[in-house]
Design a protein around this ligand. Structure first.
Ligand code: ADP
Ligand code: MG
Length: 240
């Protein structure tokens, strides 16, 4: 599905990604963990070209998207992204938040877009919120709407950057539940999170990043129960 080859990213003279070689297969759920500042967000943002890589290549669905002629807008619609801050449009209803992308970018009719949106809201238990504005919703509800909005674009993979970090603790579960369901339905996902329970339960693989490199990777059991690298051990001793 997606592969990076010697991916680097520098901001000024600071090299934030120092040569990442990773591959995520169709239907795989990969969880990225690591300390703050290790480059996790930059990695995700490079994948959908929100940041321009300094060097290296990204191959997505057999297309080298880092080549100059790549159609960045078309590629981005195929990669849904969900951030820590939900970024819903405050002046649009929940339904309008979800239908605007499919209508404006995917050229769906209003009726088609509404059907897609209502199906998604239904699956998230939020159908009764279609006509309200985001500010009347809890953080957990808003984040689920943000996920629905990304899914309405019919992406072939989803990138999550700490989707539950800004939520009150009691709302974390409902968002993780939606993500778990998505994973079980076969969505390819890369998830940056500090939710180690989710990583263990839902992740097919875990990648530990530190200081711009992938220090260690493996199955959740390998990483959590038997980490080999001292930096992984040290990080896990603080978060588990
Ligand atoms: P993480 O998500 O693991 O916390 P980030 O990818 O956000 O890490 O950041 C990695 C490093 O890159 C940090 O030192 C951060 O300050 C730096 N960085 C991120 N974005 C920018 C930017 N736009 N300009 C300059 N430095 C940045
Ligand atoms: Mg980050």
């Amino acid at each position: 599905m997606i592969k990076t080859v010697n991916l680097t990213k520098s901001f000024g003279d600071k090299e934030v990604l120092k040569g990442i070689n990773e591959e995520v297969k169709d239907g795989e759920v990969v969880v990225v963990i690591g300390p703050s500042g290790s480059g996790k967000s930059t990695f995700l943002r490079c994948l959908n070209l929100l940041e321009t890589p300094t060097s290296g290549d990204i191959i997505f669905s057999d297309i080298t998207i880092t080549q100059p002629k790549a159609d960045i807008d078309a590629i981005r619609t195929k990669m849904g992204m969900v951030f820590q801050s939900f970024n819903l449009f405050p002046h649009l209803t929940v339904l309008e938040n979800i239908t605007i992308g499919p209508m404006e970018i995917n050229k769906k009719s209003a009726a088609e877009a509404k059907t897609i949106a209502m199906d998604l809201l239904e699956s998230m238990g939020l159908a009764d919120k279609a006509l309200v504005y985001p500010k009347s919703l809890s953080g957990g509800q808003q984040q689920r709407i943000a996920i629905a909005r990304a899914l309405a674009m019919e992406p072939s993979m989803m990138l999550f950057d700490e989707p539950t970090s800004a939520l009150d603790p009691e709302m974390v579960g409902e968002v993780l539940q939606v993500m778990k369901k998505l994973a079980l339905n076969g969505m390819t996902m890369i998830v940056v999170t500090h939710e180690m329970g989710f990583a263990r339960e839902v992740g097919d693989r875990v990648i530990f990043m530190d200081d711009g490199v992938v220090v260690e990777k493996g199955t959740p059991e390998e990483i959590f129960d038997n980490p080999q690298n001292e930096r992984t051990q040290n990080f896990l001793s603080k978060v588990l």
